[in-house]
Design a protein around this ligand. Structure first.
Ligand code: URA
Length: 304
C-alpha cells in the first residue's frame, strides 16, 4: 500500500505529496513540472479568497533542468543553462512596451503578487512587500536575494548597507539608481534574513521572470548565489559562475544576457582587494557590453 494512502486527501497533504513526487522525479533526472493553477484556485490553500485575476499562473516545482515553451526561440546557452518555463507571458513576443505600459504592467503584476501572496506558505511575518523599483525600461537590471531589515521597513530594495555598496557600484558603472531596475528573488523579508529555500524561491520566481519580461533589460546582473542559481537554473558555485556571460529566456522568449557576480553583502563581509577586483571586473564586462562610460574612480589615472 502507498505510505499514507489511508490519510485524508487534504490540500496540504496533496501539496506535500506533489512536492515529494517532484523531489523524487528530480533525483531521477526529470526536468520540470509546470503546475497550472486553474482560475479560482489559490496558491495557499489556507487562504480563502480567490485571486481576482483569472489568468492561469504556473508554478515550477523543484526544477533543475527546465523545459521551454514550445513556441519560444532557442537562444544560445552555456551548457548547463536551461530555458525557463514560467507564467504565460504578459508581454507579447516582439512587442516592446512603452514606458507607461511597462509601468502599468509592473503595477498590475505587483497587484497580482499581493493577491496570490506566493510567500504566504513560507513567510507570514513581514512589514512591507519589496516588489522592486526603478526604470520600467531600464537597460540594466540587478537581482538580489531578499529584502533585509531596512528594505522590509521601507518597502524598497537595497536601501541598507548592501544597498549603499550597490549604489556605489551603479555609480561607478556610469549609471544612476533611477536608471536601472532592482528586484529580488524573494519579495518579502525571510525571518532572520534566512537564505531563501528552493521552494520559497520557486514560488516567487514566476513574478521575477515576468518583471524581467516587462522591463526587458539589455543585461541582468545577478547578485549572489540564490539569484544566480534561480536565473541560470544552475547548482554550480558562485566562484565558478561569476564573471561569465550566461543567458536567460523570458516567458515571452527574449534572451537576456546575464552576468553573475558576488552579492554586495558578501563583499561587505569579505571586503578584500581581490574580491572587489573580481566584482569590478564582472561589472566592467557589463559596462563594455552596454557601451557605458564608467565614472572616474578615485585614485585612477585619467584616461584622456
Ligand atoms: N539584500 C538583497 O539581496 N536585497 C535587498 O533588497 C537588500 C539586501
Amino acid at each position: 500500500m502507498t505510505p499514507g494512502a489511508d490519510q485524508p486527501a487534504t490540500p496540504a497533504r496533496l501539496a506535500s505529496l506533489v512536492a515529494q513526487h517532484a523531489r523524487t522525479s528530480r533525483l531521477l533526472g526529470v526536468g520540470f513540472v509546470p503546475v497550472y493553477r486553474a482560475p479560482g484556485m489559490h496558491a495557499n490553500p489556507a487562504r480563502s479568497e480567490p485571486p481576482a485575476s483569472t489568468s492561469a499562473a504556473s508554478t515550477i516545482v523543484e526544477a533543475k533542468e527546465v523545459g521551454r515553451r514550445a513556441d519560444a526561440p532557442v537562444a544560445p546557452l552555456a551548457p548547463e543553462i536551461r530555458v525557463l518555463a514560467s507564467m504565460p507571458p504578459v508581454v507579447a513576443k516582439g512587442e516592446a512596451p512603452t514606458r507607461e505600459r511597462a509601468q502599468r504592467l509592473l503595477d498590475e503584476l505587483r497587484q497580482r503578487y499581493e493577491r496570490e501572496a506566493p510567500h504566504a506558505p513560507f513567510i507570514q511575518s513581514f512589514t512591507n512587500i519589496v516588489f522592486g523599483e526603478g526604470d520600467p525600461q531600464a537597460r540594466l537590471m540587478f537581482i538580489g536575494e531578499a529584502p533585509g531589515e531596512q528594505e522590509d521597513l521601507t518597502g524598497r530594495p537595497f536601501v541598507g548597507r548592501a544597498g549603499d555598496l550597490l549604489q556605489r557600484m551603479i555609480t561607478a558603472m556610469g549609471l544612476t539608481r533611477e536608471s536601472v531596475y532592482i528586484a529580488n528573488v524573494l519579495k518579502v523579508r525571510p525571518p532572520n534574513n534566512a537564505t531563501p529555500t528552493l521552494e520559497e524561491a520557486e514560488a516567487s520566481a514566476p513574478f521575477l521572470y515576468e518583471q524581467i519580461d516587462i522591463v526587458r533589460p539589455e543585461a541582468i546582473v545577478t547578485l549572489g548565489l540564490p539569484a544566480t542559481r534561480l536565473i541560470l537554473r544552475s547548482t554550480s558555485s558562485m566562484s565558478s559562475l561569476r564573471g561569465l556571460w550566461a543567458s536567460f529566456n523570458t516567458p515571452s522568449g527574449h534572451a537576456v544576457p546575464v552576468m553573475p557576480t558576488y552579492h554586495p553583502a558578501f563583499l561587505l563581509r569579505a571586503y578584500t582587494t581581490e574580491n572587489r577586483a573580481k566584482v569590478w571586473s564582472d561589472l566592467l564586462k557589463v559596462v563594455e557590453r552596454l557601451g557605458l562610460k564608467p565614472a572616474p574612480r578615485p585614485g585612477a589615472e585619467p584616461t584622456e
